[in-house]
Write a protein that binds this ligand. Structure first.
Ligand SMILES: [Mg+2]
Length: 174
């Protein structure tokens, strides 16, 4: 059976898509190494976690909305990273249908994204999953968004992705 997908998937950025806090660990400017690797001004190299590219591509191929929700204090660094990392030859940033960044709860970020994409009823029906490494962001359950915890040592990977889809499918099948 092909996997079932929710209407929208929301990704945190730091320690979900890449292994650092982009507001404190990265020192600009960034140097190009390849479309999957950058180097900051201190020579620290950064890549996406290894399964991120494949997962983003799979979601796009299956018409799932992709949203980012981040509390980052330096959106310009996050934005530059998303422009530099490529998926299928295109900047990763182009794969996001909505980007909601800034201080405060992800309840706020996700509510705003749903409104922007006219997906309020899908959110109400439980058609959203948030992948995030911080347990405090589980408060999104209050708006009926499923929460999938990402282990910050591994980041988003196939295993956590498939497990979350399974749990979501089990919880929301009619
Ligand atoms: Mg995070």
């Amino acid at each position: 059976m092909p996997p079932a997908y929710p209407k929208a998937i929301v990704f945190d950025l730091d320690y979900t898509l890449w292994p650092c806090w982009c507001d404190t660990h990265i020192s600009m400017p960034l140097k190009f190494i390849s479309h999957s690797e950058v180097e900051d001004s201190y020579g620290m190299r950064l890549r996406l976690y290894k399964d991120v590219e494949m997962i983003i591509k799979e979601l796009k191929d299956n018409d799932v909305y992709i949203i980012s929700a981040s509390r980052t204090a330096t959106p310009y660094i996050a934005k530059e990273l998303l422009q530099r990392f490529h998926v299928s030859g295109r900047p990763l940033i182009e794969f996001f249908d909505s980007m909601q960044w800034g201080q405060g709860s992800k309840v706020k970020h996700i509510t705003k994204a749903a409104k922007e994409l006219k997906l309020e009823s899908s959110l109400e029906k439980g058609e959203f999953i948030l992948f995030d490494d911080e347990y405090r962001n589980r408060d999104v359950l209050s708006i009926n968004c499923e929460f999938a915890h990402v282990d910050e040592r591994k980041g988003l990977d196939r295993k956590v992705f498939e497990k979350a889809l399974k749990i979501w499918h089990h919880n929301h099948k009619n």
